[in-house]
Structure formats: C-alpha cells, structure tokens
Design a protein around this ligand. Structure first.
Ligand SMILES: [Mg+2]
Length: 269
C-alpha cells in the first residue's frame, strides 16, 4: 500500500514537472521605449509637430505627464491633445498626421525605408537579435504588441533587429491600448490551444500596465503578468517604476536586457 502510494506520488510529481517544462511561456513586448529608444524620434516628432502648429515646444516632462494619464498612447492624438490644452490653433487630425509623418519618416511610410530621411533613422536599439535567440533557446514564445505604425514597427523588428516575420500587432491591427484585444489575440495565437504557465507583457507606460489589468479582467483563466521597464530618457527610474508598480505592475526592470538574467534565474511570476 505504502509502496503504491509512493509510486503514485512519484508519478504525479514527474507529471507535474513534465507539464511545467512542456507548457508554453509567452513573453510579449511593447516596442517604443522597450525595444528601441524613441526619445529622438517619435517623441521628438511629437514635440516639433506641436511646435509647428503652435510655436510652443512641449518639454519631455510635459509629454511624460500626459502619458501618465494612461489614455494617450497614440502620439498623433497626444499631439492634438497638447495643442488643445495649450489653447492654440488645433489642425485636423489628417493635417497633423501629415506634418508628424514628415518629421518622423521623412519619406513615404509605405515606400523603401532606405529613402527615409526623418527622425526614424535615429533610434538606438535597447536589445539585439541574440536576446531573442536566447529567449527561443529557453522555449519562450515571444511577440510584439505596439501602438507604433506598422511600417515603423516592421522596420525596427525586421530591418534593424533582423527578426524574420515576427508575430506582431501594430497600430490599426487592434483597438489602441489600454484595450486588451490585441494582447489577448496574440497571446492566444502563440498559446496555440495550450494554457501557458505564464503570459507576460513588458511595457514602459501606464497604458501598458493597464492593458494587462484589462486582459486579466476579460480573460481571468490566463496567468497574465505585467512587467514594467522605465524608458531610457527617464532619469529617476526608481520613482517612475514605483508609480507603475502602484498601478499594478507585477515586476519592474531598469532595462529590457535585464529580462534575460531574471528568466535564467528561474523566473516564477
Ligand atoms: Mg512604449
């Protein structure tokens, strides 16, 4: 009897261990501020676009304060909102996008990236291709959920990082964050019918944390985790991360590359 019991326990333990190894882990990334530094590109385009229409250039702190509200993930809408609050002339969304694109892409967004002359050429990468190879080696399934325009997102992932056909939800593929539809859709696609042992989303803003909280509410059967990382332009990382933690981030990092040691140490959310 006791031998049988021991055997059953051993079998169960082995099954549990096997399950743990077999069940997928899913890691989804925001792009701007997480994969690339956009202080000199998207954020700069936002600043000079607002300046173009109003003569007033919002500081980095003004943009950070707006983003901290959680509803201004889209930089076109953020530009329009700053113009509205500044009380000056507010152009049509279409006119604003045209000026913004001129600064950011400096060429046809649907055209050949080698012809782009805009700020997009000045985006330091925060991780490299080896980083993603290492995640794959650790059997982690990864993908991207970003509010960036599709040509911009594809450019950084394929051209700059050299990833071939990465799983990606970009602007227009799903409702804007903090709506969790895009995050849930890509997580389900990568889970491929299995229940993952964890699904983490790493982002750098309030909207990213809120997106995970919303996903948890809509799909409570999935083990959602929010990881927050301070974008490179933030000088007081401790305060920034503490705020995101208070809003519901489960883990905070000083830099995206710190994910690897965390996972190698046996990341158990
Ligand atoms: Mg971001």
């Amino acid at each position: 009897m006791s031998a049988l019991k021991t055997e059953l326990q051993t079998t169960n333990l082995t099954a549990a261990k096997k399950n743990f190894l077999v069940l997928p882990a899913i890691l989804l990334f925001d792009i701007d501020g997480v994969i690339r530094d956009v202080a000199g590109s998207y954020r700069r385009a936002l600043q000079v676009t607002v300046e173009h229409f109003s003569g007033w250039r919002p500081t980095a702190a003004v943009i950070d304060a707006l983003k901290a509200e959680g509803n201004w993930n889209n930089d076109w809408d953020a530009s329009l909102e700053l113009l509205r609050r500044h009380g000056t002339y507010v152009p049509s969304r279409r006119a604003l996008i045209e000026v913004f694109s001129g600064f950011y892409f400096g060429g046809d967004p649907e055209g050949n990236p080698t012809h782009w002359q805009g700020f997009i050429g000045d985006e330091p990468l925060l991780v490299d291709r080896v980083f993603f190879e290492e995640l794959s080696r650790q059997h982690i399934r990864w993908g991207f959920v970003s509010g960036a325009e599709p040509p911009s997102a594809r450019y950084v992932l394929q051209q700059r990082l050299g990833l071939s056909d990465p799983p990606l939800i970009a602007m227009g593929d799903a409702p804007d964050k903090p709506d969790p539809s895009g995050l849930i859709r890509l997580a389900e696609q990568l889970a491929a019918g299995e229940v993952p042992r964890w699904i983490a989303y790493i982002g750098d803003t309030v909207a990213d944390v809120q997106t995970v909280l919303n996903a948890r509410e809509r799909r409570p059967e999935f083990p959602w985790i929010s990881i927050a990382v301070a974008p490179p332009h933030i000088t007081d990382v401790v305060t920034y991360n503490r705020q995101l933690q208070q809003l519901g981030a489960d883990h905070t990092l000083g830099a995206t590359r710190d994910l690897l040691p965390m996972i190698q140490d046996g990341f158990t959310p």
